[in-house]
Design a protein around this ligand. Structure first.
Ligand SMILES: [Ca+2]
Length: 363
């Protein structure tokens, strides 16, 4: 081979190499561009889903507020279920919506187990009975767990001191020694999901067991930033059955059925129409027929983005935010700004609904 022909061969290989490099670079650029386009589409879809969820929350808030103003009689959970069923699934401007409203005072307020700085015996009694009624036969929550009595452990989690209830209470030493990694909150729960931390100890560090127990209790409990009454127009049968010892499931279900014809006008009406509850053992001041707290749950889907927004609504002006974190008698826990983008909105109208907490996970 002459030197000239060898040079032509090297030039050809060099040209092919450059061609291959250029092609690889071009493919990379197109690939990256596709990724950028996809990423931007996802960000836009997520923003659209979130904006739609906020808009739907606003619609729920104004509809509910108007209903509270116009209502000639107390609003029942069944009324809210009826409205929720109408908005269970619909599409608007390419966004898929699902809306639901829950009356939270139909549930047992976990923060009620401490009144002032002390455990509240009547609420502990109700909570203890409720623990026994939660679950569906497959899941039974023992009141006496691995380390704790669940009702007393919840009281210790919330009360400001570090003196464990006897028997069955649990303060920092139990959590640091047995579960590890965290201590008691010693303040009202910001959300019922905090119960999961107490259940972890109660289940002896068995996370799956704790989750099963939590799932069983979750539909029956809530954590509200003030002492509340149990709304007999919204409470499900297991909550009503927990008000007194010896109430049968049938008696509690019959009290739920009775309000479907006509809501309970007042607590006396409830007691009058349900003989089983009409005893001196039940303190009527624990009950009510209306609610101040509701949960709006909005799910939206825009393209590939899904958002679920949980908004805690409170009738009346928003609660005071106490950064000290220690709720004394009549005190308010610092829920605003805790988990998620909470925004308290001021409104002096007594029937106005203010946003207490907004979160993308169930508080
Ligand atoms: Ca405590």
């Amino acid at each position: 081979m002459t030197p000239r022909r060898r040079q032509r061969g090297v030039a050809l290989i060099t040209a092919l190499l450059i061609m291959a490099l250029a092609t690889t670079a071009a493919v990379q650029m197109v690939y990256r561009q596709q990724l950028d386009i996809r990423r931007t589409q996802n960000v836009l879809a997520r923003d659209q889903a979130y904006a739609a969820a906020l808009a739907a929350e606003g619609v729920i808030r104004s509809l509910l507020q108007q209903s509270l103003v116009d209502a000639k009689q107390p609003i029942r959970q069944e009324d809210l279920d009826e409205v929720s069923a109408q908005f269970q699934s619909f599409s608007y401007w390419g966004v898929q919506f699902s809306l639901r409203v829950e009356d939270l005072q139909g549930r047992f307020n976990l923060n009620n187990v401490v009144a002032g700085d002390q455990a509240s015996p009547p609420h502990l009694d109700i909570f203890r009975r409720l623990i026994g009624k939660a679950g569906d036969g497959e899941v039974q929550i023992p009141i006496n767990g691995s380390y704790t009595d669940l009702d007393r452990a919840v009281a210790d989690w919330i009360d400001p001191d570090l003196q464990g209830q006897i028997p069955g209470g649990a303060e920092d030493d139990f959590y640091t020694r047995s579960v590890g990694g965290y201590r008691t909150a010693n303040r009202p729960m910001a959300g019922a999901s905090e119960l999961r931390l107490v259940l972890e100890l109660h289940a002896g560090n068995d996370s799956e067991q704790a989750q099963r127990w939590y799932n069983a209790l979750r539909p029956l409990v809530t954590a509200l930033p003030a002492d509340t009454t149990i709304n007999v127009n919204a409470a499900p049968a297991p909550v009503l059955a927990s008000l007194l010892p010896g109430i049968s499931t049938a008696e509690a279900e019959s009290a739920v059925e009775a309000r479907k014809d006509e809501p309970y006008e007042d607590v006396q009406d409830f007691l009058g129409r349900n003989a089983a509850f009409n005893t001196n053992d039940l303190d009527p001041s624990l009950l009510g027929v209306e609610s101040d707290y509701y949960m709006a749950i909005v799910t939206t889907q825009a393209a590939r983005a899904n958002i679920t927004l949980y908004t805690l609504l409170r009738r009346g002006p928003p609660p005071q935010v106490n950064q000290g974190g220690n709720a004394g008698a009549g005190g308010q826990p610092a829920v605003g700004g805790q988990s998620g983008a909470a925004q308290a909105q001021s409104n002096q109208n007594a029937d106005a609904l203010s946003v207490v907490l907004r979160s993308q996970t169930r508080p």
